[in-house]
Design a binder for this molecule. Structure first.
Ligand SMILES: Cc1ncc(C[n+]2csc(CCOP(=O)(O)OP(=O)(O)O)c2C)c(N)n1
Ligand SMILES: [Mg+2]
Length: 440
């Protein structure tokens, strides 16, 4: 990683960069013809431009791009699960810590089984969350259930920790009759209105301006709710990210921008994605309070998100959290990451700096968890995932007509055309599809 991972004594957000402004406005000075300019010595002149509060200088100098470079990485726990600075320990109860751990490991187990299921041709596609479990669970645990979540697609742990049941994850991935989307979306495009989790949509960064709009609505209605918006470091290069950040800052919206910087955007490494100091460095440019945290430290993520939430509501301000982590799995089942990164690199993160093992060390250090408990939990959670998967496989696929009947009260012509063409196709090639799997 480019920036040195230094432990910091305190949690602090970077403020927007502000140089000292003019001492005071001295009245308009006219420069047009016929008007006499007031006399000044050049030292006395102060800039009056409306677009910046700044001073004049007389030395030609370009600002170095990394004027704020190597933004430090806030952490609470070291890799052995020891608290670095006791005053930063969030003092989460044993019961709550076990809940964090169980969500992280259950997600890991679900990922393994659904990944295998795709490899065996049982589902069409899958994306794992390996290595990023701490960013999901640490952030969502710090929020209220009423806070609204806009995800990208690699945040299944957020939904899991909020209580989304395994059979609903499975129903979505299998596109069966229990899937709220009735199989019209690719796997991993979850959504749940009751859990305030907006349905995932794949076009990158579209969630960012949408999240800001929702946060603006919260502000206008004084709901004491925040919006959290997750996205990857690659997605931060999209135009929508800029639009979202700038609207959030200028409209003063209670939104937490949560960037998972996992090192890659499919095959594009961060070294090709940007030239500045990551994503946190952009915050001050927008006037957004920003922090970089160790995303593999669930407590650092928790503290930063909790404080961002408190202040976002108290001050009606956006906050930016850049969580440094690593995507251990391939981008998706359509990717083979061995083509662009070494096995050694992946192994380092898997074996030496994993958010699950770090939390496990912390629990073991306190005698809250031992090998026996680990074994029995792994067995139990695997059984629960397998049962949910078998149930999802048994369920039928939704009736084709139903795919077209629940969105529009009057069906638009192009949707009607799709329906006719799909029905014709099924009639013609029906024997190639396991039609007994469809609801009659
Ligand atoms: C607008 C748009 N462009 C391109 C894609 C194809 N695409 C899907 S995921 C992805 C990489 C995103 O990387 P990042 O934001 O870092 O998220 P990560 O996959 O690392 O979690 C790309 C380019 C897309 N879905 N939408
Ligand atoms: Mg990424």
């Amino acid at each position: 990683m480019a920036a040195a991972a230094v432990g910091r004594a305190g949690l602090g957000f970077l403020r927007g960069l502000r140089l000292p402004g003019p001492a005071g406005v001295r009245g308009l000075r006219a420069g047009g013809e016929g008007l006499r300019q007031q006399e000044f010595t050049s030292l006395e002149e102060k800039p009056q431009f409306p677009g910046a509060s700044a001073v004049f200088i007389d030395k030609l100098e370009f600002i170095q791009p990394n004027v704020i470079s190597g933004i430090p990485i806030y952490r609470v726990m070291d890799r052995q699960g020891q608290i670095v600075n006791p005053s930063e320990d969030p003092q989460i109860s044993q019961e709550e810590v076990l809940k964090l751990y169980k969500s992280m490991t259950l997600l890991n187990t679900m990922d393994r089984i659904l990944y295998e299921s795709q490899r065996q041709g049982r589902i069409s596609f899958y994306m794992t969350n390996y290595g990023e479990e701490g960013t999901h669970v640490g952030s969502i645990a710090a929020l209220d259930d009423a806070d609204l979540v806009f995800g990208q697609y690699r945040e299944a742990g957020v939904l899991m920790h909020r209580g989304y049941p395994l059979d609903m994850f499975m129903a979505q991935c299998y596109g069966n009759t229990s899937d709220p989307g009735k199989g019209r979306q690719m796997p991993v495009h979850y959504g749940c209105k009751d859990l305030n989790f907006v349905t995932i949509s794949s076009p990158l960064a579209t969630q960012i301006p949408q999240a800001v709009g929702a946060a603006y609505a919260f502000k206008r209605t004084n709901t004491n709710r925040v919006v959290i918006c997750y996205f990857g470091e690659g997605t931060s290069s999209e135009g929508d990210a800029h639009a979202g950040f700038n609207f959030a800052a200028t409209l003063e919206c209670p939104v937490i921008f949560f960037c998972r910087n996992n090192g890659y955007a499919i095959s594009t490494p961060t070294s090709e994605q940007y030239r500045g100091d990551g994503i946190a460095a952009r915050g001050p440019g927008y006037g957004i309070q920003s922090i970089r945290v160790d995303g593999n430290d669930v407590f650092a993520v928790y503290n930063a998100t909790k404080e961002a939430r408190r202040r976002a509501i108290a001050e009606n301000q956006p906050f930016l959290i850049e969580a440094m982590t690593y995507r251990i799995g391939h981008h998706s089942t359509s990717d083979d990451s061995s083509a662009y990164r070494s096995v050694d690199e992946v192994n380092y993160w898997d074996k030496q700096d994993h958010p699950i093992s770090r939390l496990r060390h912390y629990m073991a250090n306190r005698n809250w968890w031992d090998e026996e408990q680990e074994k029995s939990w792994r067995k139990k959670s695997r059984k629960r995932v397998m049962e949910a998967l078998e149930e999802a496989e048994r369920k039928l696929k939704p009736k084709v007509q139903l795919l077209f009947s629940d969105v529009y009260s009057e069906m638009p012509w192009h949707i009607a055309k799709q329906q006719t063409s799909l029905e014709r196709h099924l009639k013609q090639y029906g024997e190639h599809y396991p039609l007994d799997h469809f609801e009659k």
